[in-house]
Design a protein around this ligand. Structure first.
Ligand code: C2O
Ligand code: CU
Length: 452
Protein backbone atom coordinates (compact mmCIF):
# COMPACT_ATOMS: atom_id res chain seq x y z
CA UNK A 1 0.00 0.00 0.00
CA UNK A 2 1.73 3.06 -1.28
CA UNK A 3 0.77 6.22 0.58
CA UNK A 4 1.44 9.15 -1.71
CA UNK A 5 0.15 12.50 -2.90
CA UNK A 6 -2.11 12.31 -5.92
CA UNK A 7 -5.36 13.54 -7.40
CA UNK A 8 -8.95 12.42 -7.03
CA UNK A 9 -12.04 13.62 -8.92
CA UNK A 10 -14.07 14.18 -5.76
CA UNK A 11 -16.62 16.50 -7.33
CA UNK A 12 -16.58 14.94 -10.80
CA UNK A 13 -16.76 17.44 -13.65
CA UNK A 14 -17.77 20.36 -11.42
CA UNK A 15 -14.15 21.29 -10.79
CA UNK A 16 -10.64 20.02 -11.46
CA UNK A 17 -9.50 16.95 -9.51
CA UNK A 18 -8.49 17.57 -5.91
CA UNK A 19 -4.92 17.20 -4.67
CA UNK A 20 -5.18 14.46 -2.05
CA UNK A 21 -3.08 11.94 -0.20
CA UNK A 22 -4.06 8.40 -1.01
CA UNK A 23 -3.24 4.71 -0.88
CA UNK A 24 -2.42 3.03 -4.20
CA UNK A 25 -3.60 6.02 -6.21
CA UNK A 26 -7.21 5.96 -5.05
CA UNK A 27 -9.60 7.61 -2.61
CA UNK A 28 -10.76 5.71 -0.66
CA UNK A 29 -7.82 3.31 -0.59
CA UNK A 30 -8.13 -0.23 -1.94
CA UNK A 31 -10.92 -2.37 -0.53
CA UNK A 32 -9.12 -5.09 1.40
CA UNK A 33 -11.12 -8.27 1.72
CA UNK A 34 -10.30 -11.64 3.19
CA UNK A 35 -12.07 -14.60 4.74
CA UNK A 36 -12.40 -14.90 8.49
CA UNK A 37 -9.36 -16.75 9.78
CA UNK A 38 -7.27 -15.59 6.83
CA UNK A 39 -4.10 -13.52 7.17
CA UNK A 40 -3.76 -9.97 6.01
CA UNK A 41 -0.28 -9.00 4.86
CA UNK A 42 0.12 -5.38 3.79
CA UNK A 43 3.29 -3.46 3.09
CA UNK A 44 3.02 0.24 3.82
CA UNK A 45 5.30 2.13 1.46
CA UNK A 46 5.53 5.73 2.59
CA UNK A 47 5.82 8.13 -0.34
CA UNK A 48 4.35 11.04 1.65
CA UNK A 49 6.40 14.07 2.63
CA UNK A 50 6.01 13.11 6.31
CA UNK A 51 5.95 10.02 8.56
CA UNK A 52 2.85 7.87 8.79
CA UNK A 53 1.48 4.52 10.05
CA UNK A 54 -1.61 2.39 9.43
CA UNK A 55 -4.12 1.59 12.16
CA UNK A 56 -6.62 -1.21 11.54
CA UNK A 57 -9.70 0.25 13.11
CA UNK A 58 -11.96 -2.09 15.04
CA UNK A 59 -10.44 -5.45 14.21
CA UNK A 60 -8.46 -7.15 16.92
CA UNK A 61 -4.80 -7.29 15.99
CA UNK A 62 -1.62 -8.02 17.97
CA UNK A 63 -0.38 -4.88 19.69
CA UNK A 64 2.66 -4.49 17.42
CA UNK A 65 0.30 -4.22 14.39
CA UNK A 66 -1.91 -1.49 15.86
CA UNK A 67 -0.16 1.38 14.11
CA UNK A 68 0.07 3.84 16.98
CA UNK A 69 3.36 5.74 16.80
CA UNK A 70 5.21 6.08 20.07
CA UNK A 71 3.08 3.38 21.63
CA UNK A 72 3.13 0.30 19.37
CA UNK A 73 5.65 1.16 16.66
CA UNK A 74 8.01 3.84 15.43
CA UNK A 75 6.65 6.25 12.81
CA UNK A 76 7.34 5.08 9.26
CA UNK A 77 9.60 7.77 7.77
CA UNK A 78 9.22 9.10 4.22
CA UNK A 79 10.76 6.54 1.88
CA UNK A 80 10.53 3.75 4.46
CA UNK A 81 8.29 0.69 4.59
CA UNK A 82 6.52 -1.28 7.25
CA UNK A 83 5.07 -4.79 7.12
CA UNK A 84 1.68 -5.28 8.66
CA UNK A 85 0.57 -8.84 9.11
CA UNK A 86 -2.16 -10.34 11.24
CA UNK A 87 -4.71 -13.12 11.26
CA UNK A 88 -8.30 -11.90 11.04
CA UNK A 89 -10.08 -13.64 13.91
CA UNK A 90 -13.13 -11.39 13.58
CA UNK A 91 -15.46 -11.14 10.61
CA UNK A 92 -17.11 -7.83 9.78
CA UNK A 93 -16.73 -4.36 8.32
CA UNK A 94 -13.63 -2.48 9.48
CA UNK A 95 -11.45 0.25 8.10
CA UNK A 96 -7.91 1.49 8.13
CA UNK A 97 -6.26 4.88 8.41
CA UNK A 98 -3.02 6.52 9.58
CA UNK A 99 -2.54 7.25 13.27
CA UNK A 100 -0.03 10.06 12.93
CA UNK A 101 -1.03 13.67 12.21
CA UNK A 102 -4.34 11.90 11.98
CA UNK A 103 -6.61 14.93 11.51
CA UNK A 104 -4.67 15.99 8.45
CA UNK A 105 -3.68 12.61 6.97
CA UNK A 106 -7.15 11.08 7.23
CA UNK A 107 -8.79 14.26 5.98
CA UNK A 108 -6.52 14.43 2.93
CA UNK A 109 -7.80 11.03 1.85
CA UNK A 110 -5.82 8.29 3.58
CA UNK A 111 -8.43 5.73 4.57
CA UNK A 112 -10.04 2.60 3.21
CA UNK A 113 -12.30 -0.29 4.06
CA UNK A 114 -11.35 -3.74 5.34
CA UNK A 115 -13.94 -6.50 5.05
CA UNK A 116 -13.54 -9.87 6.68
CA UNK A 117 -16.13 -12.29 5.30
CA UNK A 118 -18.07 -14.65 7.51
CA UNK A 119 -17.92 -18.28 6.42
CA UNK A 120 -21.72 -18.24 6.21
CA UNK A 121 -22.94 -14.73 5.30
CA UNK A 122 -26.61 -13.83 4.98
CA UNK A 123 -27.96 -14.41 1.48
CA UNK A 124 -28.05 -11.21 -0.58
CA UNK A 125 -28.01 -10.18 -4.21
CA UNK A 126 -25.34 -7.54 -3.81
CA UNK A 127 -22.88 -6.66 -1.08
CA UNK A 128 -21.89 -3.00 -1.32
CA UNK A 129 -19.86 -0.51 0.69
CA UNK A 130 -20.45 3.18 1.27
CA UNK A 131 -17.51 4.93 2.77
CA UNK A 132 -18.94 8.26 3.94
CA UNK A 133 -16.62 11.21 4.19
CA UNK A 134 -16.69 14.96 4.09
CA UNK A 135 -14.22 17.49 2.80
CA UNK A 136 -13.64 21.19 3.30
CA UNK A 137 -13.15 22.38 -0.26
CA UNK A 138 -12.79 25.81 -1.81
CA UNK A 139 -14.35 26.94 -5.13
CA UNK A 140 -11.69 25.09 -7.13
CA UNK A 141 -12.30 21.92 -5.09
CA UNK A 142 -8.98 22.30 -3.27
CA UNK A 143 -8.74 21.09 0.30
CA UNK A 144 -8.77 24.08 2.63
CA UNK A 145 -5.53 23.83 4.51
CA UNK A 146 -6.62 25.02 7.98
CA UNK A 147 -6.10 21.76 9.89
CA UNK A 148 -6.33 22.02 13.66
CA UNK A 149 -7.92 25.46 13.54
CA UNK A 150 -8.78 26.39 17.10
CA UNK A 151 -12.50 26.80 16.37
CA UNK A 152 -12.65 23.24 15.00
CA UNK A 153 -10.60 21.69 17.78
CA UNK A 154 -12.63 23.37 20.52
CA UNK A 155 -16.08 22.90 18.96
CA UNK A 156 -17.46 20.00 16.88
CA UNK A 157 -14.26 19.19 14.98
CA UNK A 158 -13.49 19.78 11.33
CA UNK A 159 -16.81 19.53 9.50
CA UNK A 160 -16.49 19.71 5.73
CA UNK A 161 -18.76 21.32 3.17
CA UNK A 162 -18.77 18.46 0.65
CA UNK A 163 -19.97 14.95 1.44
CA UNK A 164 -18.76 12.02 -0.63
CA UNK A 165 -19.66 8.35 -0.88
CA UNK A 166 -16.68 6.22 -1.90
CA UNK A 167 -14.77 9.37 -2.87
CA UNK A 168 -17.41 10.83 -5.23
CA UNK A 169 -19.94 13.55 -4.61
CA UNK A 170 -23.00 11.88 -3.19
CA UNK A 171 -26.00 12.22 -5.51
CA UNK A 172 -27.62 9.03 -6.78
CA UNK A 173 -27.00 5.33 -6.47
CA UNK A 174 -28.57 2.83 -8.83
CA UNK A 175 -30.36 -0.12 -7.30
CA UNK A 176 -32.08 -3.03 -8.98
CA UNK A 177 -35.82 -3.39 -8.34
CA UNK A 178 -36.52 -6.35 -6.08
CA UNK A 179 -32.94 -6.93 -5.00
CA UNK A 180 -31.72 -7.57 -1.48
CA UNK A 181 -28.61 -5.56 -0.65
CA UNK A 182 -26.12 -5.76 2.14
CA UNK A 183 -25.01 -2.17 2.59
CA UNK A 184 -21.86 -1.67 4.64
CA UNK A 185 -21.59 1.86 5.99
CA UNK A 186 -18.32 3.33 7.21
CA UNK A 187 -18.03 6.85 8.58
CA UNK A 188 -14.52 7.98 7.70
CA UNK A 189 -15.16 11.70 8.28
CA UNK A 190 -13.00 13.50 10.83
CA UNK A 191 -15.93 14.89 12.75
CA UNK A 192 -19.28 14.67 10.98
CA UNK A 193 -21.98 12.57 12.61
CA UNK A 194 -24.48 11.05 10.20
CA UNK A 195 -28.03 10.20 11.27
CA UNK A 196 -29.32 8.20 8.34
CA UNK A 197 -32.95 7.65 7.48
CA UNK A 198 -34.00 5.51 4.52
CA UNK A 199 -37.33 6.93 3.35
CA UNK A 200 -39.83 4.34 2.21
CA UNK A 201 -37.53 1.43 3.06
CA UNK A 202 -37.24 -0.60 6.23
CA UNK A 203 -33.65 -1.78 6.45
CA UNK A 204 -32.59 -4.54 8.78
CA UNK A 205 -29.70 -3.66 11.02
CA UNK A 206 -27.29 -6.61 10.90
CA UNK A 207 -24.11 -5.43 12.56
CA UNK A 208 -22.64 -2.47 14.43
CA UNK A 209 -18.90 -1.83 14.20
CA UNK A 210 -18.52 -5.17 12.45
CA UNK A 211 -20.14 -7.12 15.29
CA UNK A 212 -23.42 -8.94 14.56
CA UNK A 213 -26.52 -8.12 16.58
CA UNK A 214 -28.01 -11.17 18.30
CA UNK A 215 -30.97 -10.78 15.94
CA UNK A 216 -31.31 -8.37 13.01
CA UNK A 217 -33.64 -5.52 13.87
CA UNK A 218 -35.67 -3.17 11.68
CA UNK A 219 -34.76 0.45 11.28
CA UNK A 220 -38.18 1.68 10.33
CA UNK A 221 -40.22 4.86 10.39
CA UNK A 222 -38.70 7.57 12.49
CA UNK A 223 -35.68 5.51 13.46
CA UNK A 224 -32.43 6.74 12.11
CA UNK A 225 -29.04 5.16 12.26
CA UNK A 226 -26.54 7.30 14.16
CA UNK A 227 -23.08 6.89 12.77
CA UNK A 228 -20.35 8.93 14.43
CA UNK A 229 -16.81 9.16 13.09
CA UNK A 230 -15.11 5.76 13.03
CA UNK A 231 -18.38 3.86 13.39
CA UNK A 232 -19.77 1.25 10.98
CA UNK A 233 -23.05 -0.54 10.42
CA UNK A 234 -24.18 -3.22 8.00
CA UNK A 235 -27.75 -3.01 6.78
CA UNK A 236 -29.80 -5.41 4.75
CA UNK A 237 -32.17 -3.54 2.44
CA UNK A 238 -34.94 -5.00 0.31
CA UNK A 239 -35.53 -2.75 -2.70
CA UNK A 240 -39.21 -2.77 -3.67
CA UNK A 241 -40.12 -4.09 -7.10
CA UNK A 242 -41.87 -0.83 -7.96
CA UNK A 243 -41.38 2.82 -7.19
CA UNK A 244 -38.48 4.94 -6.15
CA UNK A 245 -36.41 6.94 -5.98
CA UNK A 246 -35.94 6.45 -2.26
CA UNK A 247 -34.27 9.28 -0.43
CA UNK A 248 -31.57 8.68 2.12
CA UNK A 249 -31.63 11.61 4.52
CA UNK A 250 -29.21 12.78 7.13
CA UNK A 251 -31.40 13.79 10.06
CA UNK A 252 -28.63 14.14 12.64
CA UNK A 253 -29.51 17.85 12.95
CA UNK A 254 -33.22 17.56 13.36
CA UNK A 255 -34.08 20.99 12.02
CA UNK A 256 -31.68 20.69 9.15
CA UNK A 257 -32.37 17.32 7.60
CA UNK A 258 -30.81 17.07 4.15
CA UNK A 259 -30.73 14.55 1.35
CA UNK A 260 -27.54 12.54 1.28
CA UNK A 261 -28.33 10.47 -1.78
CA UNK A 262 -31.21 9.03 -3.84
CA UNK A 263 -31.54 5.33 -4.44
CA UNK A 264 -32.78 5.14 -8.01
CA UNK A 265 -34.40 2.05 -9.53
CA UNK A 266 -32.42 0.83 -12.51
CA UNK A 267 -32.96 -2.55 -14.14
CA UNK A 268 -29.53 -2.22 -15.70
CA UNK A 269 -27.76 -2.82 -12.41
CA UNK A 270 -25.98 -6.11 -12.89
CA UNK A 271 -27.61 -8.96 -11.09
CA UNK A 272 -24.39 -9.81 -9.29
CA UNK A 273 -24.00 -13.53 -9.46
CA UNK A 274 -20.79 -13.62 -7.49
CA UNK A 275 -22.15 -13.04 -4.01
CA UNK A 276 -21.96 -16.15 -1.90
CA UNK A 277 -25.33 -17.56 -0.93
CA UNK A 278 -27.28 -15.04 -2.98
CA UNK A 279 -30.93 -14.45 -2.26
CA UNK A 280 -33.13 -16.29 -4.70
CA UNK A 281 -34.83 -13.12 -6.04
CA UNK A 282 -37.45 -11.41 -3.94
CA UNK A 283 -37.25 -13.34 -0.68
CA UNK A 284 -38.53 -11.04 2.02
CA UNK A 285 -38.13 -13.11 5.14
CA UNK A 286 -36.18 -11.79 8.11
CA UNK A 287 -32.48 -12.46 7.69
CA UNK A 288 -30.84 -15.00 9.95
CA UNK A 289 -28.57 -13.61 12.62
CA UNK A 290 -24.88 -13.66 11.77
CA UNK A 291 -22.71 -15.81 14.04
CA UNK A 292 -20.96 -13.74 16.71
CA UNK A 293 -17.22 -13.11 16.68
CA UNK A 294 -15.17 -14.89 19.32
CA UNK A 295 -15.19 -12.17 22.01
CA UNK A 296 -14.77 -13.24 25.62
CA UNK A 297 -17.90 -12.43 27.62
CA UNK A 298 -17.30 -9.83 30.39
CA UNK A 299 -17.64 -11.25 33.89
CA UNK A 300 -19.38 -8.50 35.83
CA UNK A 301 -19.11 -10.09 39.27
CA UNK A 302 -15.80 -8.53 40.16
CA UNK A 303 -14.67 -6.20 37.40
CA UNK A 304 -11.90 -3.64 37.45
CA UNK A 305 -14.00 -0.47 37.69
CA UNK A 306 -12.66 2.64 36.01
CA UNK A 307 -14.42 6.00 35.90
CA UNK A 308 -13.56 8.29 33.06
CA UNK A 309 -14.75 11.86 32.82
CA UNK A 310 -14.45 13.67 29.54
CA UNK A 311 -14.20 17.43 29.97
CA UNK A 312 -13.30 20.68 28.27
CA UNK A 313 -14.33 22.22 24.96
CA UNK A 314 -16.28 25.38 24.33
CA UNK A 315 -19.20 26.04 26.64
CA UNK A 316 -17.80 23.51 29.10
CA UNK A 317 -16.77 23.80 32.70
CA UNK A 318 -13.26 24.89 31.90
CA UNK A 319 -10.20 23.70 30.09
CA UNK A 320 -7.48 21.42 31.32
CA UNK A 321 -4.58 23.01 33.13
CA UNK A 322 -1.80 24.18 30.86
CA UNK A 323 1.66 25.20 31.95
CA UNK A 324 3.95 27.93 30.62
CA UNK A 325 6.53 25.20 29.87
CA UNK A 326 4.04 23.20 27.82
CA UNK A 327 2.99 26.34 25.97
CA UNK A 328 6.59 27.17 25.18
CA UNK A 329 7.25 23.62 23.96
CA UNK A 330 4.23 23.77 21.68
CA UNK A 331 5.29 27.13 20.30
CA UNK A 332 8.71 25.68 19.58
CA UNK A 333 7.28 22.67 17.75
CA UNK A 334 5.00 24.92 15.72
CA UNK A 335 7.99 27.02 14.70
CA UNK A 336 9.58 23.80 13.42
CA UNK A 337 6.54 23.36 11.23
CA UNK A 338 4.62 20.78 13.27
CA UNK A 339 0.91 21.20 13.38
CA UNK A 340 -0.38 20.93 16.86
CA UNK A 341 -3.63 21.60 18.64
CA UNK A 342 -4.14 23.44 21.90
CA UNK A 343 -5.10 21.35 24.94
CA UNK A 344 -8.79 22.06 25.24
CA UNK A 345 -10.18 18.59 26.04
CA UNK A 346 -9.48 16.38 29.00
CA UNK A 347 -9.73 12.82 30.23
CA UNK A 348 -10.03 12.72 34.02
CA UNK A 349 -8.72 16.26 34.11
CA UNK A 350 -5.69 15.81 31.86
CA UNK A 351 -5.16 16.67 28.23
CA UNK A 352 -3.11 14.08 26.33
CA UNK A 353 -1.82 15.82 23.25
CA UNK A 354 0.44 12.95 22.31
CA UNK A 355 0.54 9.32 23.20
CA UNK A 356 3.40 7.07 24.04
CA UNK A 357 6.22 7.24 26.50
CA UNK A 358 5.94 9.92 29.10
CA UNK A 359 2.27 9.39 29.75
CA UNK A 360 0.95 7.23 32.50
CA UNK A 361 -1.70 4.60 31.92
CA UNK A 362 -5.29 5.40 32.79
CA UNK A 363 -5.52 1.83 34.08
CA UNK A 364 -3.56 -1.40 33.98
CA UNK A 365 -5.51 -4.63 33.66
CA UNK A 366 -4.24 -8.14 34.15
CA UNK A 367 -4.80 -10.27 31.10
CA UNK A 368 -8.26 -11.83 31.19
CA UNK A 369 -9.69 -9.33 33.66
CA UNK A 370 -13.05 -7.73 32.95
CA UNK A 371 -12.84 -3.94 32.83
CA UNK A 372 -16.00 -1.97 33.55
CA UNK A 373 -15.70 1.58 32.24
CA UNK A 374 -18.03 4.28 33.48
CA UNK A 375 -17.87 7.24 31.15
CA UNK A 376 -19.28 10.66 31.78
CA UNK A 377 -19.43 13.14 28.94
CA UNK A 378 -19.12 16.31 30.97
CA UNK A 379 -19.00 18.52 27.88
CA UNK A 380 -21.46 20.30 25.62
CA UNK A 381 -20.49 18.18 22.58
CA UNK A 382 -20.94 14.71 21.08
CA UNK A 383 -18.04 12.30 21.24
CA UNK A 384 -17.53 8.91 19.55
CA UNK A 385 -15.26 7.11 22.01
CA UNK A 386 -13.01 4.50 20.43
CA UNK A 387 -11.24 1.55 22.04
CA UNK A 388 -8.12 -0.02 20.53
CA UNK A 389 -7.38 -3.75 20.57
CA UNK A 390 -10.77 -4.92 21.86
CA UNK A 391 -14.51 -4.45 21.47
CA UNK A 392 -16.65 -3.64 24.47
CA UNK A 393 -20.26 -4.31 25.26
CA UNK A 394 -22.46 -1.26 25.79
CA UNK A 395 -24.33 -1.99 29.01
CA UNK A 396 -26.16 1.13 30.17
CA UNK A 397 -26.79 4.66 29.05
CA UNK A 398 -27.82 7.10 31.75
CA UNK A 399 -28.61 4.12 33.94
CA UNK A 400 -30.89 2.41 31.41
CA UNK A 401 -29.94 -0.90 29.82
CA UNK A 402 -28.90 -0.65 26.19
CA UNK A 403 -31.03 -2.97 24.01
CA UNK A 404 -29.03 -5.98 22.77
CA UNK A 405 -25.95 -4.84 24.73
CA UNK A 406 -24.13 -4.52 21.40
CA UNK A 407 -20.41 -5.06 20.96
CA UNK A 408 -18.76 -1.90 19.73
CA UNK A 409 -15.35 -0.40 19.27
CA UNK A 410 -16.71 3.14 19.01
CA UNK A 411 -19.58 4.41 21.16
CA UNK A 412 -21.24 7.74 20.51
CA UNK A 413 -21.93 9.82 23.62
CA UNK A 414 -24.38 12.72 23.73
CA UNK A 415 -23.60 15.87 25.73
CA UNK A 416 -23.98 15.16 29.44
CA UNK A 417 -24.51 11.45 28.90
CA UNK A 418 -23.22 8.63 31.08
CA UNK A 419 -22.30 5.35 29.45
CA UNK A 420 -21.23 2.07 30.97
CA UNK A 421 -19.30 -0.44 28.89
CA UNK A 422 -17.37 -3.62 29.71
CA UNK A 423 -14.78 -5.75 27.99
CA UNK A 424 -12.36 -8.53 28.80
CA UNK A 425 -8.82 -7.19 28.63
CA UNK A 426 -7.42 -10.21 26.81
CA UNK A 427 -5.21 -8.58 24.19
CA UNK A 428 -1.86 -7.82 25.82
CA UNK A 429 -0.09 -4.56 25.16
CA UNK A 430 -0.46 -0.80 25.38
CA UNK A 431 -3.59 0.59 23.78
CA UNK A 432 -5.36 3.86 23.14
CA UNK A 433 -8.81 4.99 24.15
CA UNK A 434 -9.82 8.24 22.50
CA UNK A 435 -12.47 10.39 20.93
CA UNK A 436 -12.68 9.72 17.19
CA UNK A 437 -13.52 13.31 16.36
CA UNK A 438 -9.93 13.58 15.23
CA UNK A 439 -9.58 17.22 16.25
CA UNK A 440 -10.82 16.36 19.75
CA UNK A 441 -8.21 13.66 20.09
CA UNK A 442 -5.55 16.08 18.85
CA UNK A 443 -6.81 18.57 21.43
CA UNK A 444 -6.26 16.17 24.32
CA UNK A 445 -9.22 13.79 24.35
CA UNK A 446 -7.46 10.48 24.55
CA UNK A 447 -5.64 8.27 26.97
CA UNK A 448 -3.87 4.93 27.09
CA UNK A 449 -4.10 1.74 29.09
CA UNK A 450 -2.07 -1.41 29.51
CA UNK A 451 -3.08 -5.06 29.42
CA UNK A 452 -0.35 -7.20 30.97
CU1 C2O B 1 -9.81 4.86 14.02
CU2 C2O B 1 -7.36 5.35 17.26
O1 C2O B 1 -8.53 5.17 15.61
CU1 CU C 1 -14.91 14.25 20.91
Amino acid sequence: MRAAPGQAPLVGSLAPPTEVWQYDGQVPGPLLRLPQGGTLAAVLDNALPEPTTIHWHGIRVPNAMDGVPGLTQAPVAPGARFDYRFAAADAGTYWYHPHLSTPEQVDRGLHGVLIVDEPDPPAVDRDIVWLLDDWRLDQQARIVDDFLAFRDVSHAGRIGNTVTINGRLADREAVRPGERIRLRLVNAANARIFGLRFEGLAPWLLTLDGQPLPAPRRLAGEHSLMLGPGMRADLLIDIPREGGPWRVLDVSQIRRAWRLVDLVADRGVPDAGAVAGRAAGGRRDAPRPIAPNPHAEPDLRDPLRVSIDFGGGMMGRGWPADTPEARAARRERRLQGHREADPVWSVNGHAHLEHGAGHGFEFVADRGRTVLLEFHNDTAWWHPIHLHGHSWRELERDGRPVPDRPWRDTSLMAPGERLQVAFVADNPGDWLLHCHVLEHHAGGMGTQFRVR
